[in-house]
Design a protein around this ligand. Sequence first.
Ligand code: PLP
Length: 377
Amino acid sequence: MFNINEIRKNFPVTKNLIYLDHAAVSPLHNGSKIVLEAYTEHFLNQGIRNYDYWYEKTEQIRENFAKFIKADKLEIAFIKSTSAGLSMLANGINFQEGENVIIPDIEFPSNIYPWLNLQRKGVNVKFLKCEQGILDLNKLESLIDEKTRVVSVSWVQFTNGYKVDLAKISKICRNKSNQYEKKIYFCVDAIQGLGALELDISKFNIDFLAADGHKWFLAAEGAGFLYCNKNILDDIQPATVGWKSVINPLDFTNIHFDLEKSAKKFEEGSMNLAGILTLGASLELFNKYGINNIENRILNLSKYAFKLLQEKNIELITKNEDFCRSGIISFKTKNINADYEKLLKLNVQFSKRGESLRISPHFYNTKQEIEYFVDNL
Ligand SMILES: Cc1ncc(COP(=O)(O)O)c(C=O)c1O
């Protein structure tokens, strides 16, 4: 289906490394190089002149991303990190003392600290206990009570690659909202899925989602996307505001505080234009090959890695089931430090996370690279 040699030409990193670390920070591709060169060339020689051109580019990228996840353009904002995006929701809800937020106990700190930060306002954080890294949705359902305002989960867990069923969680939140006659927000940290897995957000009721571009999205660090469902846009106050938060932001001398109606109200000031351009370059790449094809290839590669590791009697931490499969495979070897150091020296890029090793291949990786990796463990 893919001409893999042609695709790999777009990833110069393949000449230097076997890159199996997209769950950490991804390498850039040639599409990003092209847009960054154009950006540098312009700002070296022209500065702010013809700025409309760049403004329109960012608006096009916003629209392209909205199409990519089947959302509305007005639901999309650019953010500087996943942590910043999740904090926008945490600080934008008008919490009452005694209310609570539910998060799994295996989340990355980006989806823990913004909620713990609310304890000073009397908000309780309830942890969903995850046995063997698995989210039990019955347990989640029973944790929700009349004081729950938010359920916030990672689409894919960073330690073990466990992919949650977004449709089921969204249904639980909706049913509980109806039961308690009170909106329970469903928030998703999408950074370990976006760019690797297809997302049709119109299919279920996610209220808020955030992801930076530097992992599976193959873009630069410091630029990402936030999705805020249009049904809740009016409820969520921007916690940080600035000249860009209001309607007609360029009318600097006309001071008023009529907040922008769309998710742009979360973009308080000047943005990371260079980073946003790389997000645009990745969207073009994903659209060229089709995100469903990219997803299939990643899942086949991770399934293959699982099989090879299993054949070598390596202890796997990742669950080997299609329903929760993602691009991440984690495992333990007898001598983790030695294996890690050895493979780094063999020009393989991957991660050690606590007491386990983690690989995360993208669609331009090959089965041969996976074989090389496992052979050398
Ligand atoms: C699940 C998850 N969320 C958030 C982050 C960090 O995101 P950011 O640096 O964009 O805040 C990571 C990074 O490792 C992650 O794995």
